[in-house]
Design a protein around this ligand. Structure first.
Ligand SMILES: Cc1ncc(COP(=O)(O)O)c(C=O)c1O
Length: 421
């Protein structure tokens, strides 16, 4: 059989990601698969440091050049100017940088939603303890409705910031940010966006979203190393977001604070050079080998395919509304804890994840990426169906007692090597 160009391309690319053939890899929402070029770039840098020493003439200049290259790649992928990107350790880091940089007063209000990750709730909780700010939660259900409308009803004269995700981690909805940023502009509010689940999964043009601050994880859909990320701060908002940490090189001999040019003022110290090389390789791989538009279209199509298979499936409830775009598909098997769903599917050869953060729901989540095949999506759907049928008949026999996850030790003992379903 003659293979079409897309199939050949997918085979060639999958060969670059060994983890996606070791297991059905559906977990970029936590950590994406690493490409060989990313691994090689990390190892090359580590070996150079091992063999040549870490402090050789010109090393700091080179670190600065490589970090600039990463900022330029981020601007190429996500829009804006490279000067508007600061390198961070994570999305959580970026959210702390943005939110702690504002000049808060007791009684100020922030509006967020009921479907956020703790990485957003926790910095807000800290601000509430420290400054007495008030957090108002927009109840948005699964996120399919008019989020801007719900938020608009919570705006008061004390509101300063709207803070929410671009892609909701426990339903997969891509939020209509332009509608929310229009609301922010009309009411003179700042918009802070958690981009952990959007960047690398769906097409993102940060300036077009209207975000004032937008955070990025390197290790998720971008397939970069752990401990990498970035935060975009709009150039004309540098005055609103003050750097809340200071490092050497940013003050003169009298102790007078001299912020670094551009968003580099928000960076705390040197990044791990091997991690910078890895992130650079990951974004280059996405842009030049995979093709960002091809990747986003493909994970959206495959996500829709899985959603269609699960919708109406006996014994499965779906938490991702139809019409959402992207690759995050959230579901539950009633009578089975979502953590146990993930565990049992792992034993069948699929890596997925469960997520739980009150006030949002606890769900099992498949992150469908461009690297998945149509067949893998279909076999994952069959494995979920088989699991739901088995659990349902057990539950009927045992009078509907929810099965929860066994202890970590028991799990370790019973863990078999993943096999293909
Ligand atoms: C919406 C959202 N925000 C933040 C995070 C945390 O990202 P990081 O580990 O890069 O801080 C996650 C990760 O699960 C997430 O889904």
């Amino acid at each position: 059989m003659v293979k079409d160009a897309d199939t050949r391309k997918l085979e060639r690319l999958r060969a670059q990601l060994p983890a996606v053939t070791a297991t059905g890899y559906f977990n970029a929402g936590t950590n994406g698969p690493i490409a060989r070029v990313v691994h090689d770039a990390i190892v090359r840098k580590a070996e150079q440091e091992l063999n040549e020493g870490r402090i050789v003439p010109g090393v700091y200049q080179d670190h600065a050049v490589q970090a600039d290259k990463v900022r330029a790649l981020l601007a190429r992928l996500l829009g804006g100017n490279s000067e508007e990107y600061a390198l961070t350790q994570s999305t959580n880091d970026g959210l702390n940088i943005a939110l702690n940089g504002l000049d808060w007063s007791s009684g100020d209000e922030v509006i967020t939603t009921s479907l956020e990750h703790p990485c957003l709730y926790m910095p807000l909780a800290l601000l509430s303890h420290r400054y007495g700010i008030r957090i108002r939660i927009a109840e948005i259900g699964d996120g399919a409705g008019d989020i801007a409308g719900v938020i608009s009803r919570l705006i008061s004269p004390n509101t300063r910031v709207i803070a929410l995700s671009h892609v909701l981690w426990s339903s997969g909805v891509v939020v209509d940010l332009p509608a929310i940023s229009a609301l922010a502009r009309e009411n003179d509010l700042l918009l802070v966006v958690d981009g952990a689940q959007s960047v690398g999964q769906v097409a993102v043009d940060i300036p077009a979203t209207g975000a004032d601050a937008y955070t990025i994880s390197g290790q998720k859909w971008l397939g970069g190393p752990e401990g990498t990320g970035a935060v975009f701060i709009r150039r004309d908002r540098f005055v609103d977001f003050a750097p809340s940490s200071v490092r050497y090189g940013q003050y003169d001999p009298t102790g007078f604070f001299l912020p670094a040019p551009g968003a580099r003022r928000y960076e705390m110290g040197e990044c791990n050079p091997a991690a910078v090389e890895g992130l650079k390789a990951a974004i280059t791989f996405l842009l030049e080998d995979v093709g960002a538009d091809w990747a986003f279209a493909r994970s959206g199509q495959l996500g829709a395919r899985l959603l269609k298979r699960l919708s109406g499936m006996d014994g499965v409830t779906v938490h991702s509304p139809k019409g959402r775009i992207g690759g995050l598909v959230c579901f539950n098997i009633p009578d089975l804890d979502p953590a146990a769903v993930a565990d049992k599917l792992y034993d069948k050869g699929f890596t997925i994840r469960y997520v739980a953060a009150p006030p949002g729901p606890a769900v099992a989540r498949a992150s469908v990426g461009w690297w998945n095949t149509e067949e893998e999506v279909d076999t994952l759907a069959s494995a979920i169906s088989n699991l739901a049928t088995a659990i349902h008949s057990d539950a009927t026999r045992n009078g509907h007692q929810k099965e929860t996850l066994p202890s970590a030790n028991a799990r370790k003992k019973s863990r078999k090597l993943p096999t293909k379903a």
